[in-house]
Design a protein. Structure first.
Length: 618
């Protein structure tokens, strides 16, 4: 450890393998270094050193037993020199006393008495690169069939892999792929299977009366379990377990990892309900409590009771679900609503799994209070969903991402930014048109090193809500099979591909560190930059947050943080359009039309002058 200022010290060590490292700090009185420091001062003052040299010989002698045979020769020579008679020149003795070799040996072998150790031990977890940087693509396999009206399969999904990889995504995320229960199965737009009594059919947003779930409705993939099996089974319409393994392996061959949704909940038809009724919470009338989030009711889902007296067997079984899918090639898991389960369970389960498989990644889908999200991260979750979908104004984005990137939170909480999910269609996307989707894409992909999209719905700018004030999609893919024309006019495929390529080409965008916001004189314009530690890659992003109108204004940059002077000229390479601009000084003008591209992504090229007046930018 090296001193900084005011009795503060800094130390570091390198990590070379995945897993958890435990470390602490030890402090002790370094008698040898103290002696050497005082000896040097007395020598310069011309004082008699005979006693001090004998004291040094004694200190060095104490290290000889710990050094052992083969490493103690230099120490023994030093003892003889320092305790020798006066005919040995003082200069020779001082040379030995101040020798770097002796200092290094004493650092290693001198006895450490009365040490003080920091407790508890500290831990650092080393995760794979995808934990820090990656682009996720969510897709329902059942909607992948080429022919409308058909139920998609893993083979259909496999045929789309080259397209997803070509768009620059790193992770294919699949919702639950297990058998879906029949009891209380939900129909289109979340309609119940049985109408309330007396019948009161509701009106859809278009004014048509909704019908209860039909017999052929596929139901929600999150209503897991039927007579065909539970969390370790494949829904037969999707294919076989071998088909799933083929999908995972084919994806990996072209650079895609597969993430699987883990939802610890059961349909009333799940084998657990029959075999382990004690794992569920009973109501006074003897029925099992279904999931509720008033006023919403989820009669097709039974939550598991983590407070059951049979908790040990339940926990072991749930961990085995992860282990089953790990054996079949899955290394990344998106965990549904972990904040509604036992924190002790997650701490135990993730620790046990990562001890054997340190390459695992766990994404927490916990839209809840900040301290709860942060606690889950400390318990072992690698990444987390967050409040990004609802942060739209400049002040909200600046405040929130300053907390995530510049406070102590960044040491354990990795945000994964999603503009939309199958559950969340934000108001901003409902009313902002295609420009709103582009704005949110630019923000998610550049503010965060990890981001994701709910695939075809985002590519095609799907924006119609089930009813006014709702964030649920009309005709949601959660409850029905959709057929997507991924090449429909207005799609964002090429733009997404370009943005992902920019992320891969610029290391500054591959980390959540060194995010810096810059002043703008227009609240509809947000400007921020990221740079690598060596400042050899600097990216400046300016976004028009208003999807309806042209916005213009002045951006004031912190040039000093980029290693530039206020009088320097520098080049901005616009990576979306390949245009190039020359700016000078800290204050410069920007104008963005949302109907064109509502954002700039600039790579900063600093002006360099070499011999013979040859100028270039790097």
């Amino acid at each position: 450890m090296q001193p900084v200022v005011n009795d503060r010290w800094r130390g570091s060590f390198s990590v070379e393998a995945l897993g958890s490292y435990h470390y602490t700090i030890e402090a002790w009185v370094d008698h040898f270094r103290t002696w050497r420091h005082d000896l040097e001062k007395k020598f310069k003052a011309g004082q008699d050193l005979s006693v001090e040299l004998l004291a040094g010989a004694e200190l060095i002698g104490q290290a000889i037993p710990q050094a052992g045979h083969g490493r103690d020769a230099d120490l023994q020579t030093a003892v003889r020199m320092l305790s020798g008679k006066s005919q040995i020149p003082i200069s020779a003795k001082m040379s030995v006393a101040l020798s770097p070799t002796i200092a290094e040996l004493m650092e290693r072998f001198a006895p450490r008495r009365q040490t003080t150790t920091y407790t508890p031990e500290l831990r650092v977890t080393v995760d794979p690169p995808l934990a820090r940087f990656g682009a996720w693509y969510e897709m329902f396999p059942r909607s992948c069939a080429l022919e409308p009206g058909k139920h998609g399969t893993f083979k259909d999904c496999e045929a789309l892999l080259p397209r997803i990889a070509d768009m620059g995504f790193d992770i294919l995320y699949l919702p639950p792929v297990h058998p879906i229960g029949q009891a209380h199965r939900k129909g289109k737009n979340n309609t119940p299977s049985i109408l309330p009594s007396p019948p009161r059919p509701s009106l859809s947003p278009e004014g048509e009366r909704e019908s209860p779930a039909a017999a052929d409705d596929p139901g929600s993939p999150w209503a897991i379990g039927s007579s065909e099996g539970g969390h370790k089974s494949i829904y037969r319409e999707l294919g076989t377990l071998e088909d799933f393994r083929s999908l995972v392996e084919s994806a990996r061959k072209i650079g895609l990892e597969t993430a699987l949704d883990i939802a610890f909940q059961c349909s009333p038809d799940h084998p657990y309900v029959r075999e382990h009724p004690e794992w569920f919470r009973k109501r006074p009338d003897g029925s099992i409590q279904y999931a509720e989030n008033p006023p919403k009711k989820y009669q097709d889902i039974y939550p598991l009771n983590f407070e059951t007296e049979d908790w040990a067997a339940l926990w072991t079984e749930l961990k085995s679900i992860f282990e089953f899918w790990i054996e079949h090639g899955v290394k990344i898991f998106r965990v549904d609503n972990p904040h509604t389960k036992s924190f002790l369970f997650w701490e135990w389960c993730i620790s046990e799994l990562k001890e054997k498989h340190p390459e695992l990644i766990f994404l927490s889908e916990a839209f809840t209070r900040p301290k709860v999200m942060y606690r889950l991260a400390k318990l072992g979750f690698t990444q987390s969903y967050n409040y990004f979908p609802w942060r739209n104004a400049k002040w909200e984005l600046t405040q929130y991402f300053t907390e995530l990137a510049q406070s102590g939170v960044r040491e354990y909480f990795r945000p994964n930014l999603w503009p939309n999910t199958p559950d969340i269609l934000p108001q901003y996307l409902q009313f902002g048109g295609r420009p709103a989707f582009i704005v949110r894409l630019m923000l998610a992909a550049t503010l965060g090193a990890s981001y994701g999209i709910y695939g075809p719905a985002f590519e095609l700018c799907e924006h119609v809500a089930r009813e006014p004030g709702s964030e649920e999609y009309l005709n949601s893919e959660k409850y029905e099979i959709r057929h997507w024309n991924r090449d429909a006019p207005g799609n964002l495929n090429d733009l997404i591909k370009r943005v992902n390529r920019i992320r891969r080409d610029n290391p500054a965008l591959q980390s959540d560190e060194r995010l810096q916001f810059h002043e703008t004189d227009n609240e509809n314009l947000i400007a921020y930059s990221k740079q690598t530690a060596a400042a050899n890659n600097i990216v400046l992003v300016v976004v028009n947050l208003d999807p309806h109108h042209v916005q213009r204004g002045w951006v004031r940059l912190d040039l000093e943080s980029w290693g530039l002077k206020p009088t320097d000229t520098y080049q901005l390479h616009e990576l979306l359009t390949e245009a190039r601009y020359f700016w000078s000084g800290a204050r410069n003008y920007v104008e963005l039309n949302p109907q064109f591209v509502p954002a700039h992504i600039f790579a900063i090229r600093r002006h360099v002058r070499r011999e013979h007046d040859f100028d270039y930018f790097m």
